[in-house]
Design a protein around this ligand. Structure first.
Ligand SMILES: NC(=O)c1ccc[n+]([C@@H]2O[C@H](COP(=O)([O-])OP(=O)(O)OC[C@H]3O[C@@H](n4cnc5c(N)ncnc54)[C@H](OP(=O)(O)O)[C@@H]3O)[C@@H](O)[C@H]2O)c1
Length: 264
């Protein structure tokens, strides 16, 4: 009983910390849309679940894609518009080389080193931002997660009270740093916070905005739908400098009158 009491205390404290230290951007009304939709994109995390979807869908849209990967054998360059570059986000030099000539960056970075403190997400993203500034690449669309900053608690009870406190505390802590580093930059950024990811097919019908998610239930969305939404953000200012959640299913908020949150 005492153990349970201390666990609940710890879980609540962690949630409080993730909320307090995390990003709380205000969803802004759309400003001027980019003059030109980016056509040359760098994809970081391209061998991962979302990253592969980003690569495939970006090529389908006719974009010229550079994929930064640690192990090129995991992503065959089988398309004339795809360049696969070997590199590591923790190595600023490889990002410098990859950033040259790009219009925008899509980041789906992730890892599985859950059980000790890491800075892979925040340090890697910091290196991406510095390379973008050097090469005057202005637009970053970055995938993080529901459950951080002003979306704390919106991953449902299973994540909020079990997975995040028991397995993912260090990971989520680094994600809060990652979001803050992005928000402190002068770039045109969009942070995309999905619910639990699946490898299902694209439904093309997702809820997005600052009130997506559920306090009780785990909300889900496929990596394919996340990739589509991220690619849409390249040419849209709807969520410029904002961090919308995205998920399938019943929205907890109705479509807002300002047209920013909604269903697509
Ligand atoms: N799983 C979920 O339910 C869930 C829910 C919400 C949000 N998210 C977040 O969504 C994001 C994407 O998740 P995912 O499952 O689609 O991706 P993932 O399969 O975990 O892939 C992560 C990608 O990051 C790359 N990466 C890791 N360290 C790197 C480094 N130092 N340099 C360059 N690349 C590196 C990996 O490369 P390698 O192939 O070389 O390892 C891989 O391509 C993650 O941030 C995740 O936390 C996940």
């Amino acid at each position: 009983m005492r153990l349970l009491f201390f666990f609940v205390l710890y879980a609540v404290g962690l949630l409080f910390g993730l909320a307090r230290n995390g990003l709380r951007p205000r969803v802004r009304r759309p400003s001027e849309a980019p003059r030109q939709t980016p056509t040359r994109v760098l994809i970081v995390g391209a061998t991962g679940g979302t990253g592969r979807q980003l690569v495939a869908q970006a090529l389908e849209r006719g974009l010229t894609v550079t994929a930064l990967v640690r192990n090129p054998s995991r992503l065959p360059a089988n398309h004339q518009a795809l360049t696969v570059l070997q590199g590591d986000v923790l190595d600023p030099g490889s990002l410098e080389a990859a950033m040259h000539g790009q219009d925008a960056v899509l980041c789906a970075l992730g890892h599985k080193r859950y059980f000790h403190p890491t800075r892979i997400l925040s340090e890697g993203t910091g290196n991406i931002l510095r390379a973008m500034e050097t090469h005057r690449v202005s637009r970053l669309v970055c995938e993080t997660s529901l459950g951080i900053g002003d979306s704390v608690g919106r991953m449902g009870l299973y994540y909020t009270l079990l997975l995040i406190p028991l397995i993912l505390p260090f990971y989520f802590w680094d994600k809060t740093r990652q979001e803050r580093i992005i928000a402190e930059s002068n770039l045109d950024w969009v942070i995309v916070r999905p619910g639990a990811l699946t490898n299902g097919t694209k439904r093309g019908h997702i809820h997005h905005g600052s009130r997506v998610g559920s306090v009780l239930w785990t909300v889900r969305v496929s990596r394919a739908d996340v990739a589509e939404f991220m690619l849409d953000q390249l040419g849209s200012n709807t969520y410029l400098r904002a961090a919308p959640g995205i998920a399938w299913g019943r929205p907890t908020s109705a479509v807002q009158p300002d047209g920013v949150e909604g269903v697509q």
